[in-house]
Design a protein around this ligand. Structure first.
Ligand SMILES: CC(C)(COP(=O)(O)OP(=O)(O)OC[C@H]1O[C@@H](n2cnc3c(N)ncnc32)[C@H](O)[C@@H]1OP(=O)(O)O)[C@@H](O)C(=O)NCCC(=O)NCCS
Length: 173
């Protein structure tokens, strides 16, 4: 059975490893191999230490019998993706073995509920333009495509599709 809770600081390393695993599974074919070869748990660890202790970030993870299998990170942003920027989905990743069983929908609904409860009205997100399956997922959940942008990932310039969820109440279970 899949269970959901906020990850703890002492799990930061496990989530850094899961994050890298998900990148490797999801991005073969459209992230340059030279960039992929730089992915490492060690490099992701500071981010996970920071996010698990961040007072304002919404972080929720899915566990299968105690093992982390997915996560979402959301909240405010200083970046301006759209005119009336509000909330932002920072990341959602699920191990490939656990795709298409509703975990993504559950995590997005929880992030939307959290932002809505804080008075938020919308949530933007960026997804690599070539990540067709994730785009179909966001579109299925009601996200509206806004524009194509450029994402600078460690100096590699990648096409990024910007979407916005405008009806958070609709997403909330
Ligand atoms: C994208 C992702 C988060 C979706 O999570 P998920 O748990 O697999 O999705 P769900 O099971 O909740 O799917 C909800 C609906 O979205 C749609 N959907 C999900 N994945 C899809 C796919 N690969 N192709 C088409 N539609 C898809 C379906 O309509 C699905 O409902 P259904 O299964 O009843 O038909 C997950 O596949 C993932 O982690 N991918 C790799 C990492 C990634 O690309 N993250 C996004 C970075 S921006």
């Amino acid at each position: 059975m899949i269970e959901y809770r906020r990850p703890r600081l002492d799990e930061a390393e496990a989530f850094a490893a899961l994050h890298v695993q998900c990148w490797r599974e999801a991005y073969v074919g459209f992230v340059p191999p030279e960039l992929m070869s730089t992915f490492s748990t060690e490099r992701r660890l500071p981010m996970w230490r920071a996010v698990t202790t961040h007072p304002e970030r919404f972080v929720l993870a899915a566990y299968d019998e105690g093992k982390p299998v997915g996560f979402v990170i959301s909240g405010s942003t200083d970046e301006k993706h759209i005119e009336n920027q509000d909330g932002h989905l920072w990341a959602i990743y699920i191990a490939s073995k656990y795709h298409r069983i509703g975990i993504g929908r559950e995590l997005i609904a929880a992030a939307a509920a959290d932002w809505f409860a804080k008075g938020g009205k919308s949530i933007t997100l960026g997804v690599l333009a070539k990540n067709a399956s994730a785009r179909l997922f966001y579109e299925k959940l009601g996200a509206r495509f806004v524009k194509t942008s450029t994402y600078d990932w460690d100096g590699y310039k990648l096409d990024d599709a910007i979407y916005v969820f405008e009806d958070l109440a609709f997403l909330t279970p």
